[in-house]
Write a protein that binds this ligand. Structure first.
Ligand code: AOF
Ligand code: ZN
Length: 398
């Protein structure tokens, strides 16, 4: 028997200033969701918390495809105590048979009386139906707490489900005068901004750079500032001449590397690099650059839901001109480089207004001395409304 929703949260229990109890427990669910350090692609990041009489009695998170869903882990953790309790989860519980059975049935069987989730699952088999299945069995359902943060956490998943394409983020670290190189300094932005880049790298599956950036900076492109134990992201390199060294550390360490080249690339180099473990992919293109729309398609076909593009100039310029970017994350350091630095945009005689590419600022943050500005494409901004009952709700919770 499903009981009516009890007032299960003791006033003050785990309560932070200005935050409702629902938000507090959803925050905990979001923290748990992030524990899947190797990612959950193509599945979303999901965490769940079960609360009875003001006390957390069960917690869980989804570990990846084929593994139990967050709700199931939390229900197992809670055991008998799930009966009459409230379940908090950052995504609508599923009601379909995928690799695992529906969470809604397990929730009903466990006798949970109230479910709070942050956002609807955009996946067609589930969207709205999960909530409907629970309500039809008398379970009290609340949608929306921390919806903005929940969407932010699963943007690659939502983007792939809604648009069918991987989520492409361009990150730039620049001076006040828009230079990405500066005489006598390897890093332009401060340590905290760079740590934030490592957070981005841990959220997104692959990193793409031009071969020029490797020649210039010899970047490591890992997640070490976050946790040296994290597996490296897949590195993608735009290298039309296939001059990437076949004895590069990424290859000798056995890290996954995908090299994109044009049709004219040397067969000997191709063989050498493939023999060294790189995945060499030929795409059509001109002027030494592969067609970036074809690249996005290839990335999607390979099952990636997201890529972080980290430069350099040729790539950033082509991505801007090609309308490839879903999100631009710009870190600006409080320094003017002057003529000694190179702009991230190689001017082909055109001013480019971000709004023409439908990019508009959605967030500005001061990070120590630097400023981070996030620009999102129109369709990305529209998800805010698409994943909750009221888009309004999301804007208010920012
Ligand atoms: C939930 N809780 O923890 C996750 C959900 O193949 P499966 O069975 O793993 O199902 C994958 C789909 O389930 C995925 O596309 C998404 O709609 C949902 N993910 N749902 O209730 C979870 N990871
Ligand atoms: Zn599920």
């Amino acid at each position: 028997m499903v009981k009516a929703a009890p007032a299960e949260v003791r006033p003050g229990a785990l309560r932070r200033h200005g935050m409702s109890n629902d938000e507090t427990y959803i925050r905990r669910a979001l923290e748990l969701a992030e524990r899947a350090t190797a990612g959950t692609n193509p599945n979303p990041l999901v965490g769940a918390v079960i609360v009875r009489d003001g006390e957390i009695v069960g917690e869980g998170y989804h570990g990846g495809p084929g593994r139990p869903h967050a709700e199931i882990e939390a229900i197992l953790d809670a055991g008998e105590r799930a009966s009459g309790a409230t379940l908090y989860v950052n995504l609508e519980p599923c009601c379909h048979y995928g690799r695992t059975p529906p969470c809604t049935e397990a929730i009903i069987d466990a006798g949970i009386s109230r479910v709070v989730f942050s956002m609807y699952d955009p996946f067609g088999e589930v969207r709205g139906k999960g909530a409907g299945a629970l309500r039809s069995r008398g379970i009290d359902v609340t949608v929306g707490p921390c919806a903005y943060d929940a969407l932010e956490l699963n943007l690659p998943y939502v983007h792939r489900i809604v648009s069918g394409s991987p989520f492409i983020v361009l990150k730039l670290a620049a001076t006040l005068d828009g230079r990405i190189t500066m005489d006598g300094r390897k890093h332009i932005t401060g340590l905290e901004s760079r740590r934030r880049v490592h957070v981005l790298r841990s959220r997104l599956e692959a990193i793409a750079v031009g071969k020029g950036t490797i020649d210039l900076d010899d970047p490591v492109l890992d997640r070490r500032l976050l946790d040296p134990g994290l597996p490296p992201p897949v590195r993608m390199i735009f290298d039309s001449g296939l001059s990437f060294p076949h004895d590069h550390a990424w290859l000798t360490q056995g890290d996954p590397v995908i090299i994109y080249c044009g049709e004219g690339a040397s067969p000997e180099r191709r063989e050498l690099l493939s023999g060294a473990g790189a995945d060499v992919v030929t795409l059509p293109g001109k002027d030494g650059l592969v067609n970036l729309h074809d690249w996005v398609e290839d990335v999607g076909r390979r099952g990636f839901s997201s890529v972080l593009v980290e430069g350099g100039v040729a790539i950033a310029t082509s991505m801007m001109l090609g309308g490839i970017i879903d999100r631009l994350v710009l870190f600006v350091a409080p320094v003017v480089a002057g003529a000694g630095g190179e702009s991230w945009y190689r001017d082909p005689g055109l001013p480019v207004w971000l709004e023409d590419g439908e990019l508009a600022p959605t967030r500005v943050e001061v990070i120590e001395g630097d400023v981070m500005v996030v620009y999102d494409r129109f369709h990305v901004r529209s998800y805010l409304g698409a994943v909750t009952e009221e888009g309004e709700l999301v804007h208010r919770s920012r």
